[in-house]
Design a protein around this ligand. Structure first.
Ligand code: 5GP
Length: 210
């Protein structure tokens, strides 16, 4: 029996650098990334099927109706959701799946997948968020304000996460996340197949004795 993969949820305030952290994790570790669907318009550098599946509201609502999403949320006037099929088939194949999603969706996932690992990323200071969003230049000041207000609401529920990681130094942040996943991978509850294997070996060794 293949050991199931770990479902890893990464969230963080807008501007905390989640995208860069996830890219680094993927380049250095054994993970697959789930591509979400969204009704948001693509940014200049984004491609359909790479950063997101950019869908119409009608298509998104159809996916909700047909139960094709594990979770979905409305964030700053757009829908975002996680396709179910990809996540479940990869977990079954033993792959560690990363979801980069906002907090409502993360909490919803935890209620469905108890053993999902919820990691929250933040900058050391809130003022860094604004600076980073302005420097990124992909959103108008109106939308930046909306996102900061949303983050102010979200800060109340960061204690629902399993881990909080500071993104001050990128390498360190990525290293911290690798260590968390490494430790989770060794959790006894995730190693039931090893227990079965050890029982089998004992029975073989002690044949006739017990
Ligand atoms: P952005 O527009 O900056 O790409 O994403 C806005 C927010 O939506 C981010 O917090 C991002 O993590 C979140 N998000 C992206 N995909 C999903 C998803 O499938 N479900 C949920 N609930 N949030 C998502």
């Amino acid at each position: 029996m293949i050991k199931k993969g770990i479902l890893i949820i990464i969230s963080g305030f807008s501007g905390a650098g989640k995208g860069t952290v996830v890219k680094e994790l993927l380049s250095k570790g054994d993970y697959v990334l789930s591509i979400s669907s969204t009704t948001r318009k693509p940014r200049e550098y984004e491609q359909h099927g790479r950063e997101y599946f950019f869908d119409s509201r009608d298509e998104f609502e159809r996916m909700i109706k047909d139960n094709e999403l594990i979770e979905w949320a409305s964030y700053c006037d757009n829908y975002y959701g996680t396709p179910k099929k990809f996540v479940e088939s990869n977990l079954e194949q033993g792959k560690n799946v990363i979801l980069e999603i906002e907090m409502q969706g993360a909490i919803d996932i935890k209620s469905q997948y108890e053993d999902a690992v919820l990691i929250f990323i933040t900058t050391p200071k809130v003022t860094d968020l604004k600076k980073r969003l302005e420097k990124r230049g992909t959103e108008s000041s109106d939308i930046i304000n909306k996102r900061l207000k949303r983050s102010y609401e979200e800060v109340n529920i960061i204690d629902k996460y399993d881990y909080i990681v500071i993104n001050d130094d990128l390498e360190e942040c990525v290293e911290d996340i690798h260590s968390i996943i490494n430790a989770e991978n060794k959790a006894a509850a995730r190693n039931i197949t090893l227990k079965q294997k050890l029982i089998g070996e004992f029975e073989e060794l002690l044949k006739g004795e017990i």
